[in-house]
Design a protein. Sequence first.
Length: 399
Amino acid sequence: MYILVSENFIAGLTTAPQPEGRLYGEYLPGEDVARFWEETTRPAQALGWWRQGHEPEWPEGAGEPEEGQFLALILGQEITFYRREQGRWQPQPHEVMNLYTDFGSRQQGLFDLKLLAGKRVAIVGLGSGGSLVAAQLAKAGVGHFELFDFDRLGSGNISRHLCGLRDLGRLKVAAVKDALENTNPFVEVNTYPYDITRHLSEVEIILAGCDLVVGAADSEVAKGEINRLAVRLRKPAVYGAVYDMGYGGDIFRYQPPAGACYACFKESTRDIFQDAPRAEVLDYGKIAPQPALEMDVTIIGSLVARVVLAELLAGDPLSQLERLPANWVIWGNRPWEGWIFDEPLQSRFVEISRDPTCPVCQHDLFIQEKLGLAPDEAARQAAALLASLENKRPPEPAS
Ligand SMILES: [Zn+2]
């Protein structure tokens, strides 16, 4: 018999106003383990009773104790467990854990855990890439998530997704939320099971409260909207992509206010992808609905998470994570003749410059160039045009 109990669970019983009560926990008979902790996301079972006292006495009114039931005695700040075996109360050893102090213990000294626990990250798209990034960030200690995805988990997703067979048919946002809560006892997760392109004003309000946005959607339309919002709100954004067949992938980082945005990046890398692996079917930005090994996708997802962490910790003097030397990292899993990598597992850093005529981050210059008007004047003329159209609207039919 192995009993695991959390400090907070014990504190809950030692400070309870009543002297006894039902004992809730989880018992796994096949492994002969009982677990008692307040943060469990599984439905707790009534495993017996707890009471204040010295002697293992079953509470009056609890009926006859059954074989296998538990009794927890509370004396001061201490807890002692007993189990009913062959008609007698047998004392059982237990181990105390503290989820909250133990959680960050393996990352002590790498960065300021408290700083990371206060950060809020939005992730748009929870396919194999986005779900993995979410999990890595939660494990590192990021405290708050805003998750967007309208899709459900299908059987084709399982081989490369964070979630498994037990989550088939579930909304990806709900399944990933459960997975994050299963790894980080502090985490707070909000979920939005919709297409962001249809809820832009709501998404803008949510992103305004975030420290960073991860663009892991598999549609370029969605990525374009994320970019527009990130630029307008001046939020850092990180985009990951896996190339066809998992030959490699890349990570692009937008740093406001002066960095090249995702639209600049798309424009200036258009030619580079002419010779990319199977360029004719390469759908830039797709986190691999095409065949790709999970391990090839995982590397890119881990790199995205790493770039995100380095950005979140940019103001932390303790951080051991270096920011990337450039805003675009290309990673090659396997070589591809005639393309940039001739050996496996190589990387390149490239600094993408701002496109001086970018319609997103150089909006004013773009207007000036395309219309030959100052932005204020263009806006005034547009408003006047709209107003004149408004006046010409046909009258509402009388009801
Ligand atoms: Zn731009």
